[in-house]
Design a protein around this ligand. Sequence first.
Ligand code: 5GP
Length: 207
Amino acid sequence: MRKGILFVISGPSGAGKGTVLKEVFKKVKDLTYSVSATTRKPRHEEKEGINYFFKTDEEFDQMIKNGEMLEYVNKYGSRYGTIKSYIEKVLNEGKDIILEIETIGAQKVKKTRLEPVSIFLTPSKLDILTDRLKYRNTESPDWQQRRLQIGIEEMMSAYDYDYLVINDDLENAVDEVVAIIKAERLKVKNNKDLIDRIINKGEKKND
Ligand code: 5GP
């Protein structure tokens, strides 16, 4: 059976990963979102098991100890981690999954044997990042400044990704991410079983 494709979308904080992905999910069928664990407190609209699995520090420590994390980072004063068993289960079922994570975690995932397809999402100018974070209005000005600095550092890792998507125009960015997913799904290496089936059917007709 075809193994699922692991997609990783990353980029500086405020690049619009969440907004882009929400629209991508409306247009792409059979794609699973990887729900991370975090020690951060839920924001107003966020729901347990949908946006994140919200954990206490002790629970998060235990998950690390149990080897449950594919990767995890300590960022912005909270911890965020990708749950390994869930990803492996989805991939082994032949389904595609997408991780929306920050850049250090994305680099760690790249080093695993899961062969992720990595997409770097960024606005064309980094000052847009602070404007977006101000608009989001969930962080103090100090934190916004610190996050912009982190954004510059994160931008340096863009060279290591498979794809670059500029998010100045939401619709365009969504179309490009959708195009990447569709192109990856069409790769021969992801369709060997389909080729086998076509050959088998042809051979049966010729018997
Ligand atoms: P937020 O607090 O705004 O939801 O997320 C902060 C950052 O953490 C975002 O860049 C988000 O993509 C990232 N993030 C969310 N889940 C994970 C995860 O499991 N691992 C890593 N490395 N980063 C994550």
